[in-house]
Design a protein around this ligand. Sequence first.
Ligand code: F0G
Length: 458
Amino acid sequence: MPFKTIIEPFKIKSVEPIHMSTAAQRENYIREAHYNPFLLHSQQVIIDLLTDSGTSAMSSEQWAGILRGDESYAGAQSWERLEAEIKDLTGYPHILPTHQGRAAERILYGYLGGKGKVFISNTHFDTTRANIEFSGAEAYDIPCIEASDHESEFPFKGNMDIVKLEELIKKYSAANIGAVILTVTNNTGGGQPVSMANAKGVAEVCKKYGVLYIIDCCRIAENAYFIRHHEQGFEQTGYRTIAQQMFSLADGCVMSAKKDALVNIGGFLALRNEELSTACTNLLIITEGFTTYGGLAGRDMEAIAIGLREVFEDDYLNYRIRSTAYLGEHIRAKGIPVLYPIGGHAVYVDAGLLYPHIPAHEYPGQALVCELYKIGGIRAVEIGSVMFGKYDDNGKLIPAPMELVRLAIPRRVYTQSHIDYVIEVFDDIYTNRKTTRGLRIVKEPKFLRHFTAHFEEL
Ligand code: F0G
């Protein structure tokens, strides 16, 4: 590559204004939002890195597809296009459309779950875990050992611990395992990729014990990039072919199309087994919609079918992964502690290390999230003791294992100058680090408190 500047491999055809604000205005906005960025109005945000989910910019081809959308209740052409595309990509014969990822999770894991059942994953995403636990089943996370060493350069920290997988299956007995779920990339585990060798290892264990193997594939194109560039033997393999090889190892997949299908809404479930698919189809019709649209409009299905092709293009994936790394590497060089190597869709900052003087019960991650907003109008999400903290019987906080802040990058939305701006804001974050103070929670709901809790500055 002769030049080091990564140019966005697209031109901009339609623009959406960003509302600029002053630091003084933002002090007011965040106070009115009770120091919880989930309660800010989007117009008060300059750069929104809250999530990469449903925030992608669609291509002109996708917008053209939106107009072509066939809105027939049954047998719509848009469904036929989408079904053919997913069959070709995954190799699975039974495709069930849903309105987003968690709807597919509810159908599949609700059916497979129930009291006494056990699910095993490299790391369950929160909605995955919630759907499993809601059914009465239990969910175990078994990330690989390398995942806990933040400085190690091991390229596949999203891997599952295969030794532990076999131990757990033996311990609970194969008949009680609802499914083994491989999340690629591992979102809750820092957006880290999973190697093909690991996906194969998981397949061998699942086959040996006759256990169902499901891939949570919402970021499988991003995962394919890491395999091609970091795993021996894949240097010449196309990204889509790599994804197809990974699908071929498993029995089915669950997808939130809001990520790597480059759309704003949608999802699906794809399965090899006919009996399982018939059972899930019954639930689909009761709760989502008829088999040829799930919870989706014809135009949504058209856009997903096109997005699933575009996401595997070489220029797109090269830009996508390198631009996430660009942000991560630059702030790391300034002394900001980040999970390393940088993952696919987000940069994870370790706020516990950045603010060692702020104890867990004063929420260092929330302090960083508020600083990012006040200094630069940047919205990020705390993934630490606000999100995962629990209380013991005496009301004392049991902190999360890590105090992280996720900077998730929406796909095809921000240019390099937006990201350079974010990098610059981190200069002030670093300069102010020793005087930054924590927060206290003054109001919180019983479940999923991070969405609506109110805070006060200490
Ligand atoms: N699985 C993974 C790995 C996810 O990251 C998500 C969503 C889901 C399933 C659920 O999909 O939102 O379409 O229902 N992740 C979003 C995020 C919300 O911000 O990481 P959904």
